[in-house]
Design a protein around this ligand. Structure first.
Ligand code: OSB
Ligand code: MG
Length: 368
């Protein structure tokens, strides 16, 4: 197929409730959508980047520029056999993986529609349902956090992840564990600690956590390798893993025992599949992380999560936890068992609500 046209949209939509991590609080999202055209068909991608360069070095603004001026033009007009060629076409771009991923994901959707298959089938997905957890942002009080845990446990989610930061860690988790001794619980520090905090991190072993996600620096593997043997709790790396090579290095150094895969962070489905395959061969569990995605990004995450290595519950949860009205129809819904059945329709398997997208659009540009 030949990519005939690439359009960018920036949509603005408020979150149902603010989401706080150790690096800051998000109230609204500004999300870039990529629409690719070929032979009368359309494919959609969503850039998973944050508004500020606080999770990684990218931002909505930087991704817009990189997609418009580099990743988009490298793909536009190109004859491609398979979406796996897209990372080849954009490989000259260093870093900027969320920008590159948005274009690649749109081409995957397009190719799935061209082949008249659901995306999961094209990717090689094998699981009929995906297992869902939730990620709970920081709250000012333990009482507020307890209330949120109660809501999500009642909704059926299979794993509850709690954001932590210095000062909101040991005592808060202790309070939650007192009320919920048996739920599957994990914590995510988003790089808020250093090796100087080793004693505190060791104390979290008391709480029988499924994992501790990214305790140390976003660009580190070495210090995590020093920390992991001192903890009973499994470390899961998120920010530090940008490629299958990073996954290999982290596992060789025993820096973690679990890996979080995010499509944007690792540059798209092609690299995500490589990480999944590498880990699956070694019995290292992976799971799908989230970046507060709207429906298109959420749907891409669902398809990826059907791959065989995705055994732990992901951060892929119901649309209504984020948006009053999503940009896809129907919205993503989660069963009382905490699962999402894999979509049956072609491509993403959800209808993209273009009217809603038009109403939310704050910027449009066509790639030249
Ligand atoms: O570290 O997993 C993270 C959100 C923004 C940036 C980083 C992270 C998160 C989440 C939210 O934990 C996951 C979600 O509900 O989409
Ligand atoms: Mg994380």
């Amino acid at each position: 197929m030949k990519i005939e046209r690439i359009e960018l949209r920036e949509i603005h939509l408020p979150l149902v409730r603010p989401f706080e991590t150790s690096f800051g609080r998000t109230f609204d999202r500004n999300i870039i959508l990529v629409k690719v055209y070929s032979d009368g068909l359309i494919g959609w991608g969503e850039c998973t980047v944050g508004e500020n360069p606080f999770y990684n070095h990218e931002s909505t603004g930087s991704c817009w520029q990189v997609i418009r001026d580099f990743a988009g033009p490298m793909v536009l007009g190109k004859e491609i056999e398979t979406p796996e060629q897209v990372p080849q076409l954009t490989r000259q771009i260093r870093g900027n993986k969320m920008a590159r991923a948005a274009v690649e994901c749109a081409v995957w959707d397009l190719e799935a529609r061209r082949q008249h298959k659901p995306l999961w089938q094209l990717l090689g997905g094998t699981q009929e349902v995906i297992n869902c957890g939730v990620s709970l942002g920081l709250e000012d009080s333990d009482a507020a956090m307890l209330e949120k845990v109660e809501t999500e446990v009642s909704a059926g989610y299979q794993r509850i992840k709690i954001k932590i930061k210095p000062g909101r860690d040991y005592e808060m988790i202790k309070a939650l564990r007192k009320e919920y001794p048996n739920i599957v619980m994990s914590v995510d520090a988003n790089s808020a600690y250093t090796l100087a905090d080793t004693e505190l991190l060791k104390k979290l072993d008391e709480f029988n956590l499924l994992m501790i996600e990214q305790p140390l620096s976003y660009d580190d593997i070495i210090d995590h390798a020093a920390l992991q043997p001192q903890l009973k709790t499994d470390i899961c790396l998120d920010e530090s893993i940008l490629s299958v090579d990073d996954a290999r290095k982290a596992l060789q150094l025993k820096a973690c025992r679990i890996i979080n895969v995010k499509l944007g962070r690792v540059s798209g489905h092609t690299e995500a599949r490589k990480i999944q395959a590498y880990c699956h061969e070694r019995n290292i569990p992976v799971w799908c992380g989230g970046m507060l995605e709207a429906g298109i990004g959420r749907a891409h995450n669902i398809h990826m999560s059907t791959l065989p290595g995705f055994t732990l519950p992901g951060d892929v949860s119901a649309s209504k936890r984020y948006w009053t009205e999503d940009i896809i129809i129907p919205p993503v819904e989660v069963t009382p068992q905490g699962t999402i059945p894999r979509p049956t329709g072609v491509g993403l398997g959800y209808e993209v609500n273009e009217k809603r997208i038009d109403a939310l659009t704050v910027r449009t540009e066509v790639v030249k």
